[in-house]
Write a protein that binds this ligand. Structure first.
Ligand SMILES: *Cc1c(COP(=O)(O)O)cnc(C)c1O
Length: 393
């Protein structure tokens, strides 16, 4: 057992630093209220923005796909795992995103980890936004390209880094989250694209939190800024607003064709299950025809932000439904979250260092289209009462 003693030491260190995250098990379907430990709690921290994770039509589509195609895809995409439903979904994504072609992956993380190393290698450079998602950082590491980080939202710093470094490398790419998940702010994509075009730098955007939220009928950040013919690679996930699981990249037909020959999760990991693909396809079809869920999401998020700031909370600079309630002090934040759960049946996780910088600890609230105004009021009243008791407001 000696050789495994480090495991307990590492766990103890995490606990001592207050960085050990207990995992809650949910006993019901995703939704505005969920059951945990036999208790119904108001769910304020899922990414199920539009309710598609438990929507009658997406469920029906998944069940029908199981009846038709079974529960597993059977192989990797390149051997015997490409089903008709994958091809249909790829066509639908390209059409929805106004891009030439798309490639479906088994997850958003895998889309980043699989695509970035297929685009750049050891002679190349990646200009990476400071607050990019972990999966972009992992994809960057796997690519062996040089990584140069530029400051959060700073096109000026990006331009400076490009000017100083671009000529030392063959290919270059700028990679950024579209919507930043901890603050809800938005990358200045038009300006980034302009700087990139002038300097022969490809543009790659991760739209995980923009899908189903921004743009016409939820087409995402590229559509929101009308940059369809100027952003080279648009990556996204099916696990947030689209309610299921999987990920994709969209771009030119040639680029997608090349990824099918080179991208390792496509070649070496089995295909997305048919039911997941069918559920996503249905969610996109619903969005194309009807944007009322998106309107409801924005209505709830505006109401939540305004109500919290009216009672004295700092909700940061979010431009999207992501609502950070910034407390600052780590311990107070963890305390507030625990008391919200124990005393008010409000489930809202604390987010502390190192996920966010020291001194900016927060509770990140995720309103959705399936919350009612009454749900939002319950959350706000709970924050009001406990905020006063804990001397936060
Ligand atoms: C959630 C997320 C991912 C990963 O997506 P999954 O489908 O959950 O693997 C990638 N990038 C960003 C910015 C995300 O927020």
């Amino acid at each position: 057992m000696q050789k495994l003693s480090w495991v307990e030491e590492e766990l103890s260190a995490l606990k001592a630093e207050g960085r050990y995250v207990p995992i809650r098990t949910i006993e019901s379907a995703q939704g505005s209220w969920v059951t945990i430990g036999g208790k119904k709690v108001l769910n304020m921290c899922s990414n199920n923005y539009l309710g598609f994770a438990n929507h009658p039509e997406t469920k029906k589509a998944a069940i029908e796909a199981i009846e038709e195609y079974g529960v597993g895809a059977g192989a990797v995409r390149s051997i015997a795992g490409t089903d008709e439903i994958h091809a249909k979904l790829e066509e639908k994504i390209a059409e929805f995103k106004h891009m030439e072609a798309a490639l479906v992956y088994q997850g958003g993380l895998l889309a980043n980890v699989g695509t970035i190393p297929a685009l750049v290698g050891k002679d190349d450079v990646i200009f990476s936004e400071e607050l990019n998602h972990a999966s972009i950082i992992d994809g960057t590491r796997l690519s062996s390209a040089k990584r140069i980080v530029y400051k959060h939202l700073s096109v000026e710093d990006l331009e400076k880094q490009i000017r100083e470094n671009r000529s030392s490398f063959k290919k270059a790419i700028v990679i950024t989250d579209g919507v930043f998940s901890m603050d809800g702010d938005i990358a200045p994509l038009p300006e980034i694209t302009e700087v990139a075009e002038k300097n022969d730098v490809m543009v790659y955007v991760d739209d995980a939190h923009g899908e189903g939220v921004l743009g016409d009928h939820g087409r995402g950040i590229v559509n929101y800024f009308h940059l369809e013919d100027r952003v080279d690679i648009e990556m996204g996930t099916f696990s947030k607003a689209l309610g299921s699981m999987g990920g994709f990249v969209a771009g030119s037909s040639d680029l997608i064709d090349l990824l099918k020959q080179k991208s390792r999760p496509f070649l070496f990991s089995s295909a997305l299950n048919p039911a997941d693909a069918a559920a996503v396809l249905k969610a996109i079809e619903i969005l194309e025809n009807d944007d009322s869920l998106i309107k409801k999401l924005w209505h709830n998020s505006d109401l939540l932000k305004k109500s919290l700031s009216d009672i004295g909370y700092n909700t940061g600079h979010s431009k999207t439904p992501i609502t950070p309630v910034i407390i600052g002090d780590e311990k107070k934040t963890v305390d507030l979250s625990k008391r919200l759960y124990d005393e008010k049946d409000v489930f809202a996780s604390p987010i502390v260092y190192p996920t966010v910088p020291k001194g900016t600890a927060r509770i990140r609230l995720m309103p959705s289209a399936v919350h009612t105004e009454q749900d939002i009021k319950i959350a706000v009243d709970a924050f009001a009462d406990l905020g006063k008791k804990l001397h936060i407001i």
